[in-house]
Design a protein around this ligand. Structure first.
Ligand code: IFM
Length: 509
């Protein structure tokens, strides 16, 4: 697509958004930045492999995600160059400033910082993240850092089977130690794992994310190695141990000097029963137990939920008394990634066979999204109910909504009205939840750019900014949603160019 096309479109968007009186079908917005507490943070985010590129530059080594992508699983795409964020970060931070971001969530590539997985630190990697963090802070943008966004160094996968081995716990904690030591004087918000639950399910049950392990008949891919019946439970157990040890390290060695906090992130759908039958209602509870309780029960109550233990039997590891004590209470906040609501139908047939994966252990069927996902259904009440559920069931922990956003085919359009509608509705739902006592502390739009997606490669995007992959400069262009978010964050009292989604709609149901 020619460059001038984007420039003209970008100019048109600026004119439209900036020119309040000119909007034909805008209706006054019903909430603004000022309706949220001043200390509540709004941001956006990315992750290392999805944006950085420079895959083998300046000493970085491959991660399991590089290997997965190079095996053709991300629709044939890979992150060798991605958005070239490694080289363009100064320009990118300028865009964050233009957008008015108060916080930015990103991950540190373990294999860039410690290319051998353990041992010596790569000075160039260290320099990059120091520069990045310093520049964010110089512009008043809080860095929120994820330690592992599905990108374990490949060398550790090859050496001992990665997260399948308990050795991963020690190496992860040592990596976290380096990060706290080097960046913790400036970074106050740390997340150990991104979507720990999906990491276990995608990586080891269905094979639909790195390292792509699964066993027939459970895989979404052709399973060449893995064991979908046992491995997801085993790696989830190791994630929890690694997480708890990392939190302990931070609390004992760094917290008194650095004053930061450490949390974990989970993919969190909201689930609604497909019908009002007792079976579907119970199946919906099971969906929550498997998706959230799998991690949150140990973190809040010290053990896996009874429903999960009952279905998984001896395939789920047990915690020793000491481990359980160590895990219980080992988080300062919970990060959630929420995209949409799914409808749940009971499916007891799944329990009739002894050879089951985690999904069969759940004994349910989902509906609500179809693959390939082209756009998520907009159901903001789902987010509100989810936040309420976390408040009721898990003692109202501090929450950061680390990811929320709308996917669209990446066809070059900057007029992403559906994304604006989506964001407007979901941010409204957050406000409702806050007013109902949720302890939510921040909200991050996923994602800042269109980037490499696990599902769909570069064919789909969530970005506020479009990255022109046909242009060797990889020029970034703000979409309508970037202008909309910027206006919201800057407190400009503008009308929005969207059909009205009234806040009170999200109270109904
Ligand atoms: O891009 C991903 C991200 O890496 C993890 N959460 C879901 C996003 C959208 O698919």
């Amino acid at each position: 697509m020619p460059k001038y096309f984007f420039r003209l479109l970008a100019l048109a968007l600026v004119l439209v958004i900036g020119n309040v009186g000119f909007l034909a079908f805008g209706v006054a917005d019903e909430y603004g930045r000022d309706d949220f507490p001043a200390e509540f943070v709004f941001g956006s985010g990315t992750s290392a492999y999805q944006v950085e590129g420079a895959a083998l530059e300046d000493g970085r080594s491959f991660s399991i995600w590089d290997a997965y992508a190079h095996s053709g699983f991300c629709d044939g795409a890979n992150g060798d160059i991605a958005c070239d964020g490694y080289h363009k970060y100064k320009e990118d931070i300028k865009l964050m400033v233009d957008t008015g971001l108060e916080a930015f969530r990103f991950s540190i590539s373990w294999s860039r910082l410690i290319p051998n997985g353990r041992g010596s630190v790569n000075e160039k990697g260290l320099q990059f993240y120091n520069d990045f963090i310093n520049r964010l802070i110089a512009h008043g943008i809080q860095p929120h850092v994820t330690l592992n966004h599905i990108d374990l160094p490949l060398i550790l996968e090859d050496e001992y089977g990665g997260w399948l081995s308990r050795k991963s716990v020690k190496d992860f904690v040592a990596f976290a130690d380096v990060c706290f030591r080097e960046f913790g004087d400036r970074v106050l918000h740390w997340t150990t794992f991104n979507e720990a639950n999906l990491y276990a399910l995608g990586g080891y049950d269905t094979g639909s994310s790195p390292p792509g392990r699964c066993s027939s008949p459970f895989g979404y891919i052709n399973c060449s190695r893995g064991d979908s019946t046992h491995e997801p439970y085993l790696v989830a157990h190791h994630f929890l141990l690694a997480h708890a040890s990392t939190v302990r390290l931070y609390r004992e060695k760094y917290k008194a000097m650095q004053y930061g906090s450490v949390g974990i992130n989970l993919l969190a759908f909201w689930f609604e029963p497909y019908t009002n039958t007792i079976q579907d209602v119970k199946a919906t509870q099971r969906a929550n137990d498997f998706y959230l309780g799998w991690f949150l029960n140990p973190l809040v109550k010290g053990d896996y939920p009874e429903t999960v233990k009952k279905s998984a039997g001896n395939r789920i590891p047990t915690f020793t008394k000491l481990e359980s004590q160590k895990i219980k209470g080992s988080f300062d906040f919970l990060g959630i990634n929420h995209y949409t609501t799914l409808y749940i139908k009971d499916n007891p047939n799944d329990l009739e066979t002894d050879t089951r994966d985690v999904y069969a252990d759940m004994a349910l069927i989902y509906s609500g999204i179809e693959f390939p996902i082209t756009e998520f259904p907009v159901i903001p009440i789902g987010l509100e109910k989810l936040l309420n559920h976390l408040k009721e069931e898990y003692r109202n922990p501090p929450i950061y909504i680390h990811e929320n956003g709308q996917v669209q085919a990446r066809n070059g359009t900057l007029m992403d009205t559906p994304r604006v509608e989506y964001l407007h509705a979901y941010i409204g739902a957050v406000l409702s939840a806050l007013r109902n006592g949720s302890n939510t502390k921040g909200y991050f739009v996923w994602s800042f750019f269109d980037l490499l997606e696990m599902v769909g490669g570069y064919n789909y995007g969530y970005g506020l900014y479009y990255v022109d992959l046909d242009d060797k400069e990889l020029t970034r262009y703000p979409k309508l949603s970037a202008h909309w978010y910027a206006n919201f964050l800057k407190g400009n009292n503008i009308n929005v160019i969207i059909p009205k989604v009234k806040l009170k709609d999200s109270f109904s149901n």
